[in-house]
Structure formats: C-alpha cells, structure tokens
Design a protein around this ligand. Structure first.
Ligand SMILES: Cc1cc2nc3c(=O)[nH]c(=O)nc-3n(C[C@H](O)[C@H](O)[C@H](O)COP(=O)(O)OP(=O)(O)OC[C@H]3O[C@@H](n4cnc5c(N)ncnc54)[C@H](O)[C@@H]3O)c2cc1C
Length: 445
C-alpha cells in the first residue's frame, strides 16, 4: 500500500474507549511531521463505564472514573464538540460545539467510534420518568436521587408518597443493570442506619428482565446463582416480564402487576449511535458500520471503525457470521489493532486483522459480593468481587487514575461509607431563582 502525504490528517470521532486508546497509540508512535491527530468528543473526558456502578454507590469518587482528554492526549488536538454529520465523499465532518455555529473539519483518514446509546422502546411514560445508566451524570444523579428518596420517605406523612419514594425499578438484566442495581441497593441498605423510621422491609427493589435469564455474558448456572444472591438481598427479580407502561410514575408490568415508583432506570441494551445516520457511510441493518476484520469500513477507503458502533467479525468463533459484542474488552483491544493499522496506512504498510477470544466477564454485586467467569472458570462471592476490582483497576487508563481509585477504596475500607445526599446538585439554580422572585416557594399547606 502507498504511503499518504505527510503530515496526514487523522480525525477521530469520539473520545471514549476506542477513540482515546487509538489516539494514545497514534501519538506514541507517529511523529508530528507524519500526522496531525484530531479527536472530536462532546465531553472533555473519557468515561471508564465499568466503574459507573461503584461511582453511583460512592465507593469511588466520580471524578476518578473519568480521564481528562487534553491531559493525556498532549500531542493531539482535542475538539470539544459533537460530530453532527460526515461527508466522506468530500472528506469532511461537521462539528457542533456546545454553543455557536457548526463548522467543518477536513481529514485524510477517519476513525469513527461514537459508541452506542440506550436502546429505548416506545413504552408510554418511559421517556418522561426513566433514566439511563451510561454516563457519569446519570450515575451521580442516581446516587443523589436514591438518597433523596430515603430522606423523603423519612419525612413525609403520606403513606402513598412514602411507598412510591421507596420503590426502585431497574429494567434490563445485563451486567450494567445488575451491577448498578446491586451497588445502589447496597448503598441504600447502609444509608438506612442514618434514616430513622425507614426499615429494610420498607424498601422495594425490582429488576425486570424480558428474557428467561439475566446476565447473558455468563453461563446459565452463574446467572441463576446471581438471581439467588439478589433475591436473598430482597431484590425482586422478574424474569420473562416486560415493562408495559410508566405513565405518571405508575409501573405496569406484563404479568399484570401495577405499582408506583419514584425511580425507573432503563438498562435494557444499547444501539449504535444514531449520528451515523447523518453520514454517507454504509450501515448494516442494526445501524452499525460494517467492518472488515482489519477494522476498515467495508465499501469505502480511508475509514476505520471499532467499538459499540461497529460490526466487526469475531474471528475467534467458528461461525463465519459471528460479530464482536459491545464490550470494553473488545473496544480496548480493537483500538490497539486500529492504531497499528492507521500507522501502517500512513507509512504504506500492510494491515493486520483483529482477533481476540472474549475472556469472560466480572461483575460486582455490592461490597464483597460478585460473580466472574474468566476463560470458563467460574468464581463467586468475595473472590469474584476481588477479581472484579483487580481486573478493572488494572484496565483503568493512566497510572494517576489507578492510584486515585485505589486510594478511594482504601479510604472506604478505613472509614465508614459516605451517604450524604446532595439533592441540591440536581437543581442548583432553585434558590437563586427564588431569591430573584422567578420561582414560587413550594406550597406547604
Ligand atoms: C454501566 C456500564 C458498565 C459496563 N461494564 C462493562 C464491563 O464490566 N465490561 C465490559 O467489557 N464492558 C462494559 N461496559 C460496556 C463498555 O463500556 C462499552 O462497550 C465501551 O465503552 C464501548 O467503547 P466505545 O469506544 O465504542 O464507546 P464509548 O466508550 O461509549 O465512547 C464513545 C464516545 O463517543 C462520544 N460521542 C458520542 N456521540 C458523538 C458525536 N456525535 N461526535 C463525537 N463523539 C461522540 C461519546 O461521548 C463517547 O465518549 C459497560 C457499559 C456501561 C454503560
């Protein structure tokens, strides 16, 4: 393959797992004379999503599970904005900053990795009352929200309002949903010791899963072990059940049951980022970019993709149609191959294929509890929980972040859990607006 003119303009859409690790690989191996690397990302940081449940539970400081992009990508240009369109025929992307006019950026090589978004279903009331669990904002919100619900339950005289405040519903039993629920319930159970008048039996935690099992990433045995552990901890796991409606905060399930809930968390899967529809790149029937095993997008030249938004063949499986699932494990490893192949394209070398056998999953079910299945070896309880922590801290980008997360865990072991509710964070301007006379004080009649 012929080398590109230098410096080659490499543009990376998205600064998550694939985007950040690819940029790190490129800045390490490509001199400024060989390439100009630009990363366009709406947030100024990369989020380490597997730690979101621990951040929500307060075991890890939320600031420590994000990596500031400008700090680590010193040889790249980081643009804080969203790519709203890609016109590969002209080799330009349109960038929309958080405020002001959009503008175009040109490129010679394009890496597309804007990840996925929550896959919502048209369920009445879901958009109004539900919240996802994919961002650091959602994790912080849920922590404060759950603690505020306990405060409300302890302070209201209305039994219906109290019951509603103490009912927490999670829809979707993948690892994100199970971990988020288990960690938040663990935190809420602990917080009850400082919430007089509210008992463990007053809280209701419901996990709704449409399939006949949870956590498809682990074996059936480990999945039913997880259900048993959750049930033991008073989590009501409903398998083969769908959410039919959430209008007005009234939860209606396909098994006929109805109840009110103040909290509805939607973790029922992801779909490729819909921004990809605003491009002239080919898409498969699930909206992902169809890729060859060398991570180039099929049917076009000069475009690479990986991660949740890409349909990448899984060469470790016998089935020739098998694709890599959406996981951090694939995303990190794909970004290594991707960076190597971009460098080969810049210098005119050959591209290599991505091949990785999925190693398995580790999941935390709250402090000292977990499940893990690594290369077929099944682990449970404290050992699995320890594996979960060891694995993820080893994967956490940058030495600085690893040390900070370890320091958070050490502090949490030495001191008691911090369960202060910062509900004010959800609406920081309320008091100021009241002072300015723009907002009425709540009725206390
Ligand atoms: C709560 C939770 C727990 C998880 N736990 C695990 C786990 O234990 N193990 C595991 O293997 N996987 C886990 N995952 C999945 C894993 O995090 C994802 O598969 C991985 O992040 C995918 O990497 P990515 O680079 O494709 O997407 P992301 O890491 O999501 O990065 C995409 C980036 O693109 C940016 N972006 C979006 N739109 C645009 C746009 N228009 N223009 C520019 N940039 C854009 C986003 O802001 C984001 O930073 C978990 C996910 C969640 C939500």
């Amino acid at each position: 393959m012929a080398a590109l003119n230098h410096p080659a303009r490499i543009l990376i859409v998205g600064g998550g797992y694939v985007g950040m690790y690819t940029a790190l690989g490129l800045q390490k191996k490509l001199s400024r004379g060989a390439a100009e690397i630009t990363v366009v990302e709406p947030q100024s940081n990369m989020t380490y999503q597997p730690f979101l449940p621990e951040a929500a539970a307060g075991n890890v400081e939320p600031r420590h599970v994000v990596v500031p992009l400008r700090k680590v990508l010193r040889k790249c240009t980081v643009v804080t904005g969203a790519v709203s369109a890609i016109e590969h025929a002209r080799k330009v992307v349109t960038v929309q900053p958080s405020e002001g006019e959009s503008y175009e950026l040109g490129y010679d090589l394009l890496v597309v990795c804007p990840g996925s978004i929550s896959r919502l279903l048209p369920i009445p009331g879901l958009a109004e009352h539900g919240i996802g669990f994919k961002t650091i904002g959602e994790a912080i919100y849920l922590r404060n929200h759950v603690l505020s619900c306990l405060d409300l339950a302890a302070s209201t005289n209305d039994p219906d309002q109290r019951r509603k405040a103490l009912t927490f519903v999670f829809v979707g039993g993948g690892y994100a949903g199970v971990e988020a629920m288990a960690e938040l319930q663990d935190m809420a159970r602990y917080a009850l010791r400082y919430t007089p008048g509210v008992d463990l039996t007053d809280m209701r935690w419901v996990l709704i899963e449409a399939a006949s099992r949870i956590m498809p990433e682990v074996s059936v045995r480990l999945s039913s072990y997880t259900v048993d552990r959750l049930t033991e901890r008073d989590i009501d796991v409903r398998l083969n059940t769908r959410l039919e409606s959430a209008e007005g905060g009234r939860i209606r399930l396909s098994d006929g049951e109805e109840f009110d809930a103040e909290t509805l968390v939607w973790t029922a899967g992801v779909k490729a980022n819909p921004m990809l529809q605003q491009t002239d790149l080919p898409l498969d029937d699930t909206g992902r970019l169809p890729c060859a095993a060398n991570l180039t997008v099929k049917g076009v030249t000069g475009v690479f993709a990986a991660g949740d938004c890409a349909a990448v063949p899984d060469l470790s499986k016998k089935d020739p149609h098998a694709l890599c699932g959406p996981s951090a494990q694939h995303a990190v490893r794909q970004s290594k191959t991707l960076a190597a192949n971009v460098i080969s394209t810049v210098h005119g070398g050959t591209l290599r294929d991505y091949r990785h056998k999925f190693a398995g999953s580790v999941a935390s079910l709250g402090l000292y509890r977990g499940v893990a299945e690594i290369y077929g070896i099944k682990l449970r309880g404290p050992l699995a929980w320890f594996m979960h922590r060891t694995y993820h801290v080893s994967r956490m980008p940058t030495f600085n972040r690893k040390v900070r997360v370890l320091a958070d865990w050490t502090a949490a072991l030495l001191f008691r859990r911090e369960v202060v509710s910062l509900g004010q964070l959800q609406q920081p301007r309320t008091e100021f607006e009241q002072a300015a006379g723009q907002r009425r004080l709540p009725d206390v009649s």
